[in-house]
Design a binder for this molecule. Sequence first.
Ligand SMILES: Nc1ncnc2c1ncn2[C@@H]1O[C@H](COP(=O)(O)OS(=O)(=O)O)[C@@H](OP(=O)(O)O)[C@H]1O
Length: 348
Amino acid sequence: MHTCTIRESFTSLAIIGEKEILCFLKKNHNSQTKVCYRQQIERGEHYFSNPCLCICCLSQTLISSISLIHNSDLVVSPRFAGKISPLGEGSKKLPQALIIGVKKGGTRALLEFLRVHPDIRAVGAEPHFFDRNYDYGLEWYRDLMPKTLEGQITMEKTPSYFVTREAPARISAMSRDTKLIVVVRDPVTRAISDYTQTLSKKPDIPSFESLTFKNRTTGLIDTSWSAIQIGIYAKHLDNWLQYFPMDQILFVSGERLISDPAGELGRVQDFLGLKRIITDKHFYFNQTKGFPCLKKAEGSSKPHCLGKTKGRTHPNIDPEVVQRLRDFYRPFNMKFYQMTGRFFGWDH
Ligand SMILES: Nc1ncnc2c1ncn2[C@@H]1O[C@H](COP(=O)(O)OS(=O)(=O)O)[C@@H](OP(=O)(O)O)[C@H]1O
């Protein structure tokens, strides 16, 4: 943390990729000197509540891409995005492939693993363009992208796209050829993972068990609770199939991404039309973390595991409630296996 001078008044939050420096500008600031928060963050993760952007901290050499806004009272400043001229060769292109979901499916792991591939360039943070930031327009969106050379694929991941009604039409309007990737995970564990994340930010929320039911006595599940709603994959997929053919959507198993990352990455590379460069040689299983990690992260020679927010310990949930949820999801899962032609094995 250090002090510096703000030259302009912005109400925004920006994540700078690659070197992973996050700076904010204080809303309604009235002094010329502000504190600048500099922090190493996990790629794309940004749990900051103190809005103070310090533009003078942004050394040009550290800037490669700017993305994102999460906090509802903060908005991306298009003025800011336009001011940054990223270094490097090539030109910024709209993404040709997107990881559209699902929340807590393993989307960060997939993107971090894919970034190892020399023909993939990806935005670190989640741009939320096709849900929250669509009004900024495609030029704003393109400006968030890293520069790419001929033959390289531009990507981003925003897991909420999968459950956003408007997203398929909007993505199709950008390009009907966009390749879509969905990391899916057992909807019951996904829901618990989702709840665990909310709990880590708001420890006072009701129990998982009480949020699950509209009425615990009748056993009626509250399908309006987003943690439950997101896992009805067949229903969301229907919406995508109105705009995209099935062969333009790849489903990655969140479970296999953990048990056999190289196998799933092989399928993804094939789907993207890339040479299979990411193989089992790139991974090792980190016993402490309990997950596969990269032997070398992109642009580094050091081993890299995902951060503390990935692979959280889940609270124990009443087994009866878990069973009730399994029963609830079973028909939707069956439909989803049928639609995708892949058996994910969640009900076994
Ligand atoms: N290699 C590796 N390392 C760490 N974590 C891994 C990995 N592969 C998959 N996962 C699982 O990813 C889950 C988080 O999913 P997402 O990254 O999609 O979450 S988010 O929607 O972006 O918040 C996260 O969920 P939780 O275990 O509930 O924290 C992990 O189980």
